[in-house]
Design a protein around this ligand. Structure first.
Ligand code: FES
Length: 176
């Protein structure tokens, strides 16, 4: 079975570096301003703002957490609490393709761990690591809500259902 220990939340790289500032490019800032008009309070715009951060930089860095806090008048701890609650937000840089393997009950009994561990082995990465070429990140996730077609692997925004090790290998070839 794969190593299930989560990352240390107190690791040094989880804290913002005060010498590194991030700021939305002008075009993204305009989109942020439009988002603000759609919500009754700044705090209510937190989730879409975090999506915008992830779309812009691919992940939500500790520095971006502080930046979002400044934009929305929220404490960084509030922003981080939301970022760390939803696993759709990347707390580390990720590869071009994020391979999210569901290992919850229905998927697990349908050999999801064979797919998950097979991917880690084939790509020579540990769980939640990215390959050296920056192409793939392998992630274990909880139920993807498609238990009837287990096992399920999500690749970026697409679901691949009724998967097997063989189908996963074929899919990997197409993702290069
Ligand atoms: S258990 Fe895998 S999609 Fe629900």
């Amino acid at each position: 079975m794969a190593d299930l220990h989560p990352d240390n939340p107190y690791a040094k790289d989880r804290f913002a570096d005060s010498t590194k500032k991030v700021e939305f490019p002008e075009e993204v800032k305009k989109r942020f301003d439009v988002i603000l008009t759609r919500y009754p309070t700044k705090e209510a715009a937190l989730l879409p703002t975090l999506h915008l951060v992830q779309e812009t930089w691919g992940w939500i860095s500790p520095e971006a957490v502080h930046y979002v806090g400044e934009l929305l008048d929220l404490a960084p701890s509030t922003v981080f609490g939301v970022v760390s609650f939803y696993d759709m937000y990347n707390q580390k840089p990720v590869g071009k393709y994020q391979l999210r393997v569901c290992t919850n009950l229905s998927c697990m009994v349908n050999n999801a761990y064979d797919i998950y561990e097979g991917l880690c082995h084939k790509l020579d990465v540990k769980p939640h690591e990215t390959t050296k070429d920056g192409l793939y990140t392998v992630v274990e996730v909880e139920c993807l809500g498609s238990c009837g077609t287990a096992p399920v692997v999500q690749v970026n925004n697409d679901y691949h259902e009724s998967m097997s090790v063989e189908k996963m290998n074929t899919l990997l070839e197409k993702l290069k």
